[in-house]
Each structure stands twice: as C-alpha cells, then as structure tokens.
Design a protein around this ligand. Structure first.
Ligand code: NAD
Length: 292
C-alpha cells in the first residue's frame, strides 16, 4: 500500500519532530493536538529547526519552504483520519490514547493504517479496541526525531504483513533504519536501556560511585557518548520510572524493580533537564552540577 499522507496526533516533543521529518520526506502532513498553543509552538519550532538545517546547508531553502507548505496544523482530530497513515504521539497515558483511536474510527478511510509512538503501552491492547487490529502497529521514533536514526517497528499479535511492509517503506523514505520488535513490555531499546540506567541509579544509591564517577566510567570505559545519569536527565526521570514500572509489572521479575533513589528524585519533582534539576542541577549559567 502506497502512503502519501500522514496524520500525526499530538504536537509535543515527539509529534513536532515526526511532522518535521515526514514533511521533508515529501508526505502531506496533518498535525493535530487538543491545544492550539501546542500546535503554534510546534509549527514555530519546526520552522526554526528547518531554518537551522538551511543555514548549515543540510537542506535547500526551497525544500524547507515546500516541506513547511505540506504541514497543516489543526485542532480537528477528524482531519487526521482522512490520511493513509496515522501516527499517534499524544501523552503517554493509555486512556488518552484509547480515546483518540475511538474518536478517529468513524473518520478513517478503509485502508488507513493506525500506529502509536508509545514507549511502553501494549500495541496489541491498543489495537484490540479498534476496528482494524491487523492494520495497527507500533511506530516508535527516538528523541530528538530529526537527529536519531532508529525507528522501532512493533508488530501487535494481529498486525498483517502488508501493514508492516507499508510502515517499513515509510521508514526507508525517511532515510531512517528500522528495527523490528515483538510486542512485549518496553520493546527492544527501552528493555535494555532502562535497566542499565536503573542499575546506574542503584550504583549511586549504594555509594559505589558518585554521579561524576559513574558517568565518566561509562563514557570512557564503555565508549558511551553520554553517561547513564546524564542520559536519564535528558529522557526525564518520570519517564524512566514509568518504563521501569511497565517492565516490573509486565514481566513480573524483581530484577526490574525501580531503584528507590529514582523514585525519590521523581517524588521531589527533580525530573531532569525539563525541571532544571535531576542527577545534575541545570539552573546555573555554567556546566551542570552533580546533585550527589
Ligand atoms: P509531550 O508531552 O511533549 O506531548 C504530548 C502532546 O499530546 C501534547 O502537546 C498534548 O497537548 C497532546 N495531547 C494530549 N492529549 C491529546 C489528545 N487527546 N489529542 C491530541 N493531542 C493530545 O509528549 P512526548 O514526549 O512528545 O511523547 C508523546 C509520545 O511519544 C508518548 O507516547 C511517549 O511515550 C512517546 N515517546 C516519547 C519519547 C521521548 O523521549 N519524549 C521518545 C519516544 C516515544
């Protein structure tokens, strides 16, 4: 099935990045959100990010203008239903996502493929609430979308081959790389990454190392571009905790229990970069300062 238009639901951090790369790849994009402010902010951010690509000579001015012209931002969810592929990238709450798919159903074309960018919610369960579980799958971009090369494609138990191949074709046209995952808690990237981050927090909690020694060890000892605690701050400590809880609940194995220190940081509202404080304090002018 040929995909020409893409509906994106949710214009936050991920939705704006997805709209950016899809428009540049030539797709007609309908970007929707319940908040006009979020739509305005997303459109301004996409324009600014594309301007930066023009100034760095990554894309031509004409490409930028054409791509911006392909993005339609609207608060009318139904408009996204008329596209060939819907990528849902709204808030990570199952009830929110279920309500979106329910509201979309009457407006879909018979062939519209439904996907979710969820980091952790069961694709099979989301699909089962729609009229087309065979045309439903996970389309999991990484943050920031224009920079990160990977897209995880997650098959629900009912996803058919045609749907999978159509989504693979989109990943190819975006010039990204697909990795295929089965629908088990947190899929591949977060199944491996989050326990590593959680273990780094345990290493801090037990006093084996300081924030600096732990991050330096992984950067220089394992050649990671960023230490695990700095990465946790970048992702958001609430998100890290939510994914550990999904692994713990979904796989029922104590090896996934969230570190009490991670829980404490989240309880304090120290969520990482987005709240200016996490394992590092970002409130000063200079380099971030470790908080332990
Ligand atoms: P975000 O909070 O930045 O954006 C969510 C947007 O969804 C907001 O603009 C909000 O107004 C909108 N929204 C809420 N309810 C809606 C509704 N009913 N209809 C339409 N829009 C609605 O969140 P985000 O970080 O962009 O995450 C979005 C999704 O992407 C989540 O499922 C998340 O798990 C997933 N994800 C996030 C990351 C990440 O690093 N942030 C990475 C991969 C996947």
């Amino acid at each position: 099935m040929e995909i020409g238009s893409i509906g994106i639901v949710g214009a936050g951090q991920m939705g704006n990045g997805i709209a950016h790369v899809c428009a540049l790849a030539g797709y007609d994009v309908v970007l929707t959100d319940v908040s006009q402010d979020a739509l305005d902010a997303a459109t301004a951010l996409i324009a600014a990010n594309m301007d930066r690509q023009v100034s760095r000579e990554k894309i031509a001015q004409a490409e930028r203008d054409a791509a911006m012209g392909r993005i339609r931002a609207t608060m009318t969810l139904a408009d996204a239903g008329g596209t060939d592929l819907v990528i849902e990238a709204a808030t990570e709450r199952e009830t929110v996502k279920q309500a979106i798919f329910e509201d979309l159903l009457p407006h879909l074309k018979p062939n519209t493929i439904l996907t979710s960018n969820t980091s952790s919610i069961s694709i099979t369960r989301l699909a089962s609430r729609t009229d087309r579980p065979e045309k439903f799958m996970g389309f999991h971009f990484m943050n920031p979308v224009p920079v990160m090369q990977l897209v995880e494609l997650i098959r629900g138990i009912a996803t058919d081959e045609e749907t999978y191949q159509a989504c693979r074709g989109v990943v190819d046209r975006l010039e990204k790389t697909a990795a295929t995952a089965e629908d088990f808690p947190a899929f591949i990237v977060n199944r491996i990454l989050m326990p590593m981050i959680n273990e780094a927090v345990y290493t801090l909690y037990e006093g084996v190392g300081t924030v600096t020694s732990i991050d330096t060890s992984l950067k220089l000892g394992a050649n990671h571009p960023m230490g695990p605690l700095a990465l946790a701050d970048f992702i958001g400590l609430d998100t890290c905790l939510a994914i550990m809880n999904v692994l713990h609940d979904g796989l029922a194995d104590t090896k996934y229990r969230p570190c009490p220190l991670l829980v404490k940081y989240v309880e304090a509202g120290w969520l990482g970069r987005k709240s200016q404080r996490g394992f590092y304090d970002y409130r000063g002018e200079g380099e971030p300062v470790p908080t332990r």
